[in-house]
Design a protein around this ligand. Structure first.
Ligand SMILES: [Zn+2]
Ligand SMILES: [Zn+2]
Length: 351
């Protein structure tokens, strides 16, 4: 099988031939039909996250070191299964939940495998989707594709799951009653808009610096798209929201978005931060209790939430978001296009 492997942080992925693995125990071998290119792959490719103020979180210090086959939004067809794998048949199509934990620790036992400190994440700690085949450790991490096209279903393993979980943190009582604020109209932002609509939301005001992405947000159903570098963005937001907002989902995570996102909250409001752009924010602590605001960090979602969002997608209620399909052989160019902001929608690699 061919895999596109990160052999050294910062370098282009190398096409490497290895024997196709044989599934053991409960493992399932999938032939990859679609693999999404996620913004977090760029951080993985770099080998670090910017933490703001010139500080960095270096992945090699966290035990994440090359070689890495990236790709954690994977849909594929079963080719073979280990002797203890249950409920899968060759030829069946699935989306894989990649946020796999050790299965033993308190977080895993509580159903929060994505918070495991000994994670076995596909595409980060174990080989992922930028390849011909992938091993999934257990069939419980698989959701059947049914009638869904693999390239439509795969993004719900990360961007769909993340934005779905972020909307759950905001709460249906809030987002069905009033517009919310969404920062960023890349793949995550457009996904968040589609899910908000499917969940009966009142809609969202999108804040985005890129004019083309603002247009994409409006086309995806945003109530308004505001340029934060324009004149008085706060006033523009208040005009549409009819005042401050009860919730903001920040899919960018820069110093500027965090400032505006927390400033725009009404009393009792919640700012959910997902984006990893790398900013910092000075907070006036008394204003937290006085304004009764909540700041919540969010990273992907649970296996149960993955099933919930997949059920929602399978019900046909979620509009398809713009997809940019590329052959897997173009993975390096696709990563560069994503880095340069030239991808408007979700980039999907197909065989
Ligand atoms: Zn991702
Ligand atoms: Zn664990």
């Amino acid at each position: 099988m061919k895999s596109y492997v990160l052999t050294e942080f910062g370098k282009p992925l190398a096409a490497i031939e290895t024997p196709t693995p044989q599934p053991k125990g409960t493992e399932v071998l999938l032939k990859i039909l679609a693999a999404g290119v996620c913004h977090s792959d760029l951080h993985l490719h770099d080998g670090y996250y910017e933490l703001g103020g010139g500080k960095r979180l270096v992945l090699s210090e966290r035990g994440i070191t090359p070689p890495i086959t990236m790709g954690h939004e994977i849909a594929g067809a079963v080719v073979a299964a280990g002797p203890d794998a249950k409920g899968v048949r060759p030829g069946d199509g699935y989306v894989a939940y990649p946020w796999i934990g050790c299965g033993q620790c308190a977080a895993c036992r509580a159903g929060n495998e994505h918070l495991c400190n000994d994670a076995r994440t596909l595409g980060i700690r174990q080989p992922g989707g930028y390849a011909d085949y992938v091993i999934v450790p257990h069939s419980r991490y698989l959701y059947p594709l049914g009638c869904l096209a693999p390239q439509i279903a795969a993004p719900y393993a990360c961007s769909g799951l993340t934005t779905y979980a972020a909307l759950k943190r905001v709460g249906a009582a809030t987002f069905t009653a009033q517009p919310i604020l969404i920062f960023g109209a890349g793949g995550l932002g457009l996904m968040c808009l589609k899910l908000l609509k499917a969940l009966g939301g009142k809609g969202a005001i999108v804040v985005e610096i890129d004019a083309k992405k603002r247009d994409a947000a409006l086309a995806a159903g945003a109530l308004a798209a505001v340029d934060p570098r324009g004149e008085k963005p706060g006033r523009a937001i208040r005009a549409v929201a009819d005042g401050s907002v009860a919730a903001a989902i920040d899919l960018v995570g820069s110093s500027e978005t965090a400032q505006l996102g927390t400033d725009m909250l009404t009393r009792g409001g919640k700012y959910v931060i997902v984006g990893l752009m790398g900013g910092e924010r000075t907070l006036s602590l008394p204003l937290l209790p006085i304004r009764v605001i909540t700041i919540e960090g969010m990273l992907v979602g649970t296996l149960a939430e993955f099933r919930e969002v997949m059920d929602l997608v399978a019900s046909g209620r979620v509009e398809t978001m713009p997809l940019i399909e590329r052959p897997l052989t173009h993975v390096n160019e696709t990563l560069e296009d994503l880095r340069a902001g030239r991808i408007h929608g979700r980039a999907m690699l197909t065989p």
